[in-house]
Design a protein. Structure first.
Length: 518
């Protein structure tokens, strides 16, 4: 949304008197003059001339613009803000009404000069509007057209183009590159020497330089092409390929927003090494695959060990920075779902689906309803990050019940598990009573006792299926208190064909998403 502009008169008033900006008018603060102008002049003109194409009543919001609510007018449509309170000359609505440019509204004919002057005076006042509530803007995105964009098309084989410098390409990819260079009258640079080539390959695949022995052997090899193939195979099979040092491992490590670790309490960090190790293992397991014969689809777990791995993998979704002090009980779960949507779509789809939380995506074919279709999936997923929201006196955030217990692993090493569990349970009962009485001193004391207890080693951060699946409604403007249409649980429409049969998985692991663990 563009920044709001002010007329010179309003700007002088604001600077001189320190008054609030015009857009902050609330219904209960309007003067009698402001209310009468809107009710007697502006609302009737809008209803008579504009609602037929721009209102929820007629279910037509052409250009994405709604004029039947204050929020709709201020938000604008596909062309931008409809009005700039305090600045009639900078308001699209006035340009349309005056019909002195390309934009001419209403289409059936120009309004009287008296009505146009009323709108100018109203906007000059700051566009006071007593109407409350919001309406969901109609989507202006053509999903079918979006599907036709090359980034949403399945890769297809293409015949390599003809090139002039026939001795340079060594494969089909080189011919595509060279064709574009020749199209721009450019020339490829000289080949890297053997030492530079080996260093580049080593750093790309492992994050480490080659050894001196490997470097000398490669530089002096009479058959460097064959040796290079052998080197690549060896590096792909090395542990370093999947580690944090480089290769695919570093890519996966970067995805779960490592900065969030700083927001995670020490008592919950025991779960992070397991996720790190899991990412390393997945990195080592990823090899070039044939798109027809080896799709590596995730499968249902077959034993306890595999189940543990899949549970640990869901830590990818849980490892986020969450505002546990958020007082709004409706906003907090939507913020959690938003964080999960962002990390999933940015890392796996290379799409910023989170931009569609408040409005249709400005660049990609992602309507707001697609965002809330995904939000329904993640609202049906319970966050198990080891932390509870807004504890009394902010004393005890960490709670072992908010982590997932891994089957088949001991909780404690060399300690009496029954005794420790009984002591922890007793302290939690005391804490619950102290919090109920709002006894700050007692809460702090019990919190200190809980911190002295060892944390069970068989816990992991992750997510689990919620007890009751949810279907979200569109949050108008991203506000969970202003609800629009229902958005059945689903996915980004642009990435699959409209007639595709999206089958729900028959496997139902105890701890939800297994897409990372296949």
């Amino acid at each position: 949304m563009t920044s709001r502009r002010l007329s010179p008169i309003w700007l002088a008033v604001v600077l001189a008197g320190g008054l609030s900006l015009p857009p902050t008018f609330a219904a209960d603060t309007l003067t009698q003059e402001q209310r009468e102008l809107f009710e007697s002049k502006i609302r009737p003109a809008l209803a008579k001339n504009c609602y037929g194409c721009h209102s929820a009543k007629y279910k037509t919001r052409m250009g994405g613009l709604s004029v039947d609510t204050k929020h709709g007018l201020l938000s604008g449509g596909a062309r931008g803000e409809a009005i700039v309170p305090g600045d009639p000359e900078g308001s699209l609505l006035m340009q349309a009404l005056r019909q002195d440019g390309k934009l001419k509204m209403p289409p059936q004919g120009k309004l009287s000069e008296e009505v146009i002057a009323d709108f100018a005076r109203w906007i000059e006042m700051g566009a006071p509007d007593p109407r409350e509530g919001k309406t969901q803007a109609a989507s202006t995105i053509d999903v079918e057209k979006g599907r036709a964009f090359w980034a949403f098309q399945a890769p297809k084989s293409a015949k390599p183009p003809k090139v002039q410098q026939k001795d340079w390409p060594r494969g089909a990819i080189d011919r595509f590159v060279l064709a574009k260079l020749e199209e721009k009258d450019l020339h490829p640079v000289a080949d890297a020497d053997r030492g530079a080539l080996l260093r580049r390959v080593s750093f790309d695949l492992t994050g480490l330089p080659p050894s001196v022995e490997d470097l000398e052997a490669f530089v002096n090899d009479p058959a460097p092409t064959q040796r290079l193939c052998q080197v690549v195979d060896r590096l792909l099979a090395s542990p370093q390929f999947g580690s944090a040092g480089g290769g695919i491992g570093s890519t996966w490590r970067a995805m779960p927003r490592q900065s969030a670790v700083r927001a995670t309490p020490p008592s919950a960090r025991l779960a992070l090494p397991r996720l790190r190790d899991r990412l390393v293992q997945r990195g080592q397991a990823l090899r070039p695959v044939h798109p027809r014969t080896d799709r590596r689809r995730p499968a249902a777990y077959s034993d306890a060990a595999q189940h543990r791995e899949q549970v640990i993998a869901t830590g990818f979704l849980a490892l986020g920075a969450h505002d546990l002090n958020e007082p709004d009980r409706k906003l907090f779960p939507m913020d959690v779902a938003d964080e999960m949507i962002n990390v999933t779509t940015r890392s796996v789809l290379a799409l910023t689906v989170g931009c569609a939380r408040c409005h249709d995506h400005k660049f990609d074919p992602i309507p707001t309803k697609d965002y809330y279709a995904m939000a329904g999936i993640f609202r049906s997923t319970e966050l198990m990050a080891g932390m509870r929201q807004r504890p009394i006196f902010n004393a005890v955030y960490f709670h072992r019940e908010q982590l997932i217990e891994l089957e088949g692993l001991p909780a404690y090493e060399g300690q009496d598990a029954d005794e420790l569990n009984a002591k922890r349970a007793a302290l939690w009962e005391e804490l619950a009573q102290a919090e109920k009485d709002r006894n700050r001193t007692e809460v702090r004391r019990i919190a200190g006792e809980l911190d002295k207890l060892p944390i069970p080693r068989n816990l992991a951060m992750g997510v689990a299926e919620a007890r009751r699946p949810q279907t979200c409604r569109v949050n108008i403007g991203g506000d969970p208190h202003e609800l629009g249409d229902e958005a059945p649980r689903g996915f980004v429409q642009a990435v699959y064909a409209p007639d595709a049969e999206v089958q729900p998985s028959r496997a139902r692991p105890a701890a939800g998403c297994n897409w990372l663990s296949g």
